[in-house]
Design a protein around this ligand. Structure first.
Ligand code: HEC
Ligand code: HEC
Ligand code: HEC
Ligand code: HEC
Length: 128
């Protein structure tokens, strides 16, 4: 029964590929977009961080969307985009927040405000 074997194989490949998609964990914020990064990539265990900080309800706290007048649209999320798809390395007319500032403002502002989470360079950019 060659056909049956094929079906099983196809099913197995399907299951493995689904598993693979969902097991891509984010443990640091990728810094390869920066030309010659000066610091080690910042530690950020995405799922664990957001669970501990109770940020799982509203992804748009970080993955936001703005309208053409640069007003934030509530309840809309850009979780399928990298920050760098909108925030360039240098300030551009369409977006006045360059990438490094976007990360620092988002991460550090909340840590300062909530008095939780790291605010010192070496606490995020940890040399391994
Ligand atoms: C505390 C901020 C924060 C929150 C809250 C957050 N994320 Fe993220 N997420 C990030 C950062 C930072 C990245 C890395 C983005 C980059 O490298 O440009 C990321 C990346 C992702 C990626 C990969 C994007 C890609 O194109 O590779 C997905 C998917 C994602 N987040 C989904 C979610 C979902 C779903 C939620 C809500 C349940 C969520 N995130 C909440 C900060 C956050
Ligand atoms: C779909 C496009 C888009 C994506 C993706 C995006 N942003 Fe933004 N972001 C904007 C726009 C537009 C503004 C407003 C810029 C302005 O006022 O000139 C903005 C503003 C900001 C600001 C300043 C205002 C505020 O909310 O404090 C920060 C910080 C910021 N973004 C961080 C991030 C981070 C971190 C990520 C990735 C997790 C990200 N952004 C992803 C479009 C985006
Ligand atoms: C809206 C608030 C908020 C934002 C935005 C945020 N954090 Fe945090 N972060 C927290 C809180 C709250 C904690 C403490 C969690 C706990 O109770 O352990 C924390 C803890 C951490 C820790 C300590 C280890 C851990 O996982 O608990 C790291 C590292 C960290 N944050 C990195 C980041 C980075 C990098 C970003 C930006 C991409 C970021 N955070 C954005 C709220 C935030
Ligand atoms: C809350 C965490 C956090 C803290 C604290 C922090 N950073 Fe960052 N920083 C990030 C994230 C996230 C990025 C985005 C890419 C990456 O490095 O992972 C980044 C990017 C950078 C970059 C651009 C990429 C590179 O390596 O060239 C520099 C430079 C940088 N940070 C320097 C600093 C300095 C200096 C301090 C202390 C004054 C500091 N950071 C504190 C999270 C942090």
């Amino acid at each position: 029964m060659k056909y049956k074997r094929f079906v099983w194989l196809a099913a197995l490949i399907f299951i493995l590929s689904v598993f693979n998609v969902y097991s891509q964990e984010i443990l640091v914020v990728d810094n390869t977009i920066f030309n010659r990064p000066q610091r080690p990539a910042a530690v950020f265990d995405h799922d664990d961080h957001n669970e501990k900080a109770q940020l799982e309800e509203d992804c748009s706290i970080c993955h936001h969307v703005y309208d053409e007048n640069n007003v934030r649209i509530e309840d809309e999320s850009s979780e399928d985009s990298l920050c760098s798809e909108c925030h360039s390395l240098k300030k551009i007319p369409e977006n006045s927040i360059p990438l490094r500032m976007a990360f620092h403002n988002r991460c550090k502002q909340c840590h300062f405000k909530s008095d939780k989470g790291p605010v010192l360079c070496g606490e995020c950019h940890i040399r391994k």
